[in-house]
Design a protein around this ligand. Structure first.
Ligand code: ZN
Length: 117
């Protein structure tokens, strides 16, 4: 049996080669930490997407308009996140955050659209 160091509490313990934790409680602490990090990440992305949608909806209340990229950035828009991409037959690419979409046009302007259900 090899002397091992617990990945959670750093205590030394003896156990099989593949054992990483001194106890069940340290193992579940470790797994909970992973879940928490994953949940935090998912929550942050969800929040960013919802915020993006709110911003688009606010700037584009009528469902079709044009706005400068800076207007979205000033409101806290995050261009990293979108829920889906739609490419039209003519090759225009719309990025959607749920039902609110935008397409990049000239001079940092965006055409804003709302998905019709
Ligand atoms: Zn431990």
């Amino acid at each position: 049996m090899a002397k091992k160091t617990c990945m959670v509490c750093k205590e030394k313990f003896t156990g099989r080669e593949d054992k990483k934790f001194c106890s069940d409680s340290c193992r579940s602490t470790f797994n909970n930490r992973i879940n928490k990090d994953e949940n935090n990440y998912v929550r942050n992305v969800n929040n960013a997407l919802r915020k993006n949608r709110r911003i688009l909806k606010k700037i584009n209340p009528k469902g079709k308009s044009k706005a400068h990229r800076d207007k979205l950035l000033d409101a806290g828009f995050n261009f990293t996140y979108h829920t889906n991409i739609y490419t039209t037959k003519s090759g225009n690419v719309y990025y959607y955050c749920y039902d609110q979409g935008y397409m990049e046009v000239d001079n940092d302007y965006l055409v804003l659209v709302e998905k019709q259900f």
